[in-house]
Design a protein around this ligand. Structure first.
Ligand code: HXC
Ligand code: NAP
Length: 279
């Protein structure tokens, strides 16, 4: 789909890059000429991912053990990264999520998700942004949000609140930092199967089946589809896209929204019988 040097020379930090969508985006960025830094809390996951990504693509992958909820740890990670040279892109991908009835959430449960998604994205973005702005370095930030950042969603309250906040960060800083050479955009994915999301959000086969097919295309997203979109948005070819959120969900959220979309259940025979009778 792309020229193979699309991201050549770009050094990209992916938070949560050791698993799931972060890993898949990382593999595509490497194929397109980027080098990577991946971070997460589990060193063994990062080491294994770096070996696999490097082995498959021949690209350079650095790892940083970092809990993005901890502002000091994020600052230390940025110091360590910049000691080797500047980043060009940040992907805010790390997340925590689970389904629960909101009235049963403990304060720690709420804080666990807000801490990773809302605060973690803000800490990583400002740690990178202040370095880019000081050095006059052109850069780009991409945050992985969800469509319920604007629709809201039952049973994932802290995640919905946090993702809405990350979208607000994207739009706020796109204006504040655009003139300083830093673009910010977001991607809102529909269902893309990963162990992390499926274990926590659709832990039973019957729930998974509904989740995977409740969109007009009746299928889940393929990781490469999201990875290609992310590659484009980080590339210089997207240089005039700033403050945008691109939805990649097969039409899932619109299907849930349109007032008459429920008529999808009508058969051809139903439609025939509903036609006005000729006089
Ligand atoms: C209710 C829960 C819970 C659950 C944890 N808690 N899981 N409460 N229901 N299922 C509560 C705990 O009881 C505890 O509160 C508090 O949350 C913190 O839990 P810990 O296990 O100590 O936290 P921690 O080890 O920091 O783990 C954070 C986590 C975990 C978010 C809870 O799931 C995690 O590490 N997630 C990272 C990966 C992830 O979630 N990936 C999915 C991303 S998918 P108390 O009060 O008991 O101490 C995604 C998709 C979005 O975001 C859109 C889909 C379309
Ligand atoms: P995943 O594999 O569970 O990815 C989450 C990653 O975040 C893990 O690598 C995890 O590593 C890291 N992480 C969690 N807490 C962290 C912390 N405190 N500090 C640093 N890293 C942390 O899930 P995924 O499905 O790929 O999700 C990736 C992104 O896509 C998330 O932003 C998610 O909200 C978004 N998304 C996914 C879907 C989907 O269908 N999969 C849909 C919409 C949006 P450690 O546990 O080792 O820290």
């Amino acid at each position: 789909m792309f020229q193979t040097d699309l991201l050549k020379g770009k050094r990209i930090l992916i938070t949560g890059g050791g698993t799931g969508l972060g890993f898949s985006m990382g593999r595509r960025f490497l194929e397109l000429g980027a080098s990577l830094v991946i971070c997460g809390r589990r060193p063994e996951v990062l080491t294994a991912a770096a070996a696999k990504l490097g082995g498959e693509t021949g690209g350079k992958v650095e790892t940083q053990v970092c809990d993005v909820r901890d502002a000091e740890a994020v600052e230390k990670m940025a110091e360590a990264i910049w000691a080797e040279g500047p980043l060009d892109c940040l992907v805010n991908n790390a997340a925590g999520n689970f389904i629960a009835r909101s009235e049963e959430l403990s304060p720690r449960a709420i804080d666990a998700v807000l801490g990773i998604v809302l605060r973690g994205s803000a800490y990583c973005t400002t740690a990178c942004g202040r370095r880019w702005i000081k050095a006059g370095h052109k850069a780009s930030v991409l945050s992985i949000i969800t469509t319920y950042a604007w629709t809201g969603s039952a049973y994932v309250l802290p995640s919905a609140m946090a993702k809405a906040g990350v979208l607000a960060m994207t739009r706020s800083l796109a204006v504040e930092w655009g003139g300083k050479g830093v673009r910010l955009n977001a991607i809102a994915p529909g269902p893309f199967p990963t162990a992390g999301a499926w274990e926590r959000l659709v832990p039973r086969p019957e729930l998974a089946q509904v989740f995977e097919s409740k969109n007009p295309l009746k299928r889940v997203g393929e990781h490469i589809e999201l990875a290609n979109l992310a590659s484009f948005l980080l590339s210089d070819f997207a240089g005039y896209i700033n403050g945008e959120v691109v939805t990649i969900d097969g039409g899932e959220w619109l299907q849930g929204a349109g007032q008459f979309n429920f008529l999808e259940r009508l058969t051809d025979a139903d439609w025939e019988s509903l036609k006005p009778k000729k006089k």
